[in-house]
Design a binder for this molecule. Structure first.
Ligand code: PEP
Ligand code: MN
Length: 292
């Protein structure tokens, strides 16, 4: 017996497609489209999020990411700007017209985050925060559910089931790497789950090669592999000056490498028969630093 009743494919070949509205028109996540979510790890300042948001738009990506509430392993690391960060994210959304996604870590922050975000992100560390999942299940907003770094596929789909069983069927799964014996990379990206999840479940699945590898040099190849494996989207950390980022600079792409990624994943999307609508495919305006 399959324990996740609503998330399971149950023999149907119909996939869930999630529609996000934006100033540029609707943006789809799911069947037939490739969606690129990009932005800095964290909202660092008004100037920084605006610069990165315009980069995301210039490169033709679809959704802006940026954490205001950051789950950090050390209490001494930059925890994000909190409510102030949400304010800057709202400004970036207004200025660019891009839909935004940001993480919600605590049930007490849901209302504040909902005022700004078009999609909410549940981070890897909170995949089994059941009170949080239950609160999110009462909303009608798309939820990006990142895979817990020690979660099996069944546990992950059951976490999706928590959100769906409360009435919110707009769940997007996100593979972001798991913890294994391998210490050369930050996590071990598990691309095999893309076709596996597609077989088990009808929800869209995206891949985050930034946290999945921890190294900017690996992000572009793994992003392409994810699209070739059938992912409905990718989530990419970018930064206008990765070496100055307050978090995750070592896995953030600079503008030049992000532009290259966008061109290359576009080609793979074509091979996969996926629509890849670049909102504004103009060339990058900023100079490169981590060029390879
Ligand atoms: C993030 O995407 O900002 C993040 C913290 O990722 P994860 O929860 O996958 O570690
Ligand atoms: Mn990050």
């Amino acid at each position: 017996m399959i324990p996740y009743k609503l998330a399971a494919r149950n023999g149907s070949n119909i996939n869930t497609t999630i529609q996000i509205s934006s100033q540029e028109g609707p943006c789809l996540i799911g069947e037939g489209s490739l969606t690129v979510i990009a932005g800095p790890c964290a909202v660092e300042s008004e100037e920084s999020i605006l610069t990165n948001a315009f980069l995301v738009k210039e490169m033709g990506a679809h959704i802006l990411r940026g954490g205001a509430f950051k789950p950090r392993t050390s209490p001494y690391s930059f925890p994000g700007l909190g409510v102030e960060g949400l304010k800057y994210l709202a400004l970036a959304k207004k200025e660019t017209g891009l839909p935004v996604v940001t993480e919600v870590m605590d049930v007490r922050d849901i209302d504040k985050v909902m005022e700004v975000a078009d999609l909410l992100q549940v981070g890897s560390r909170n995949m089994q925060n059941f009170p949080l999942l239950q609160e999110l299940s009462r909303l009608q907003v798309p939820i990006i559910l990142k895979r817990g770094f020690a979660a099996t596929v069944e546990e992950w789909l059951l976490a999706a089931e928590y959100i769906m069983s409360g009435g919110n069927h707009q769940v997007i799964l996100c593979e972001r790497g798991i913890r294994t014996f391998e210490a050369s990379t930050r996590n071990t990206i598990d691309l095999g789950v893309v076709p596996l999840v597609k077989e088990l479940c009808h929800l869209p699945i995206i891949v985050d090669p930034s946290h999945g590898t921890g190294k900017w040099q690996m992000v572009r190849p793994i992003a392409k592999a994810a699209v070739a494996a059938g992912a409905d989207g990718i989530m990419i950390e970018i930064h206008h000056h990765p070496e100055e980022a307050l978090s995750d600079g070592e896995q953030s792409l600079n503008p030049q490498n992000f532009a290259r990624l966008m061109t290359e994943v576009g080609m793979i999307a074509k091979v996969e028969g996926k629509e890849f609508l670049r909102i504004n495919p103009s060339p990058p305006m900023h100079s490169s630093l981590n060029a390879d």
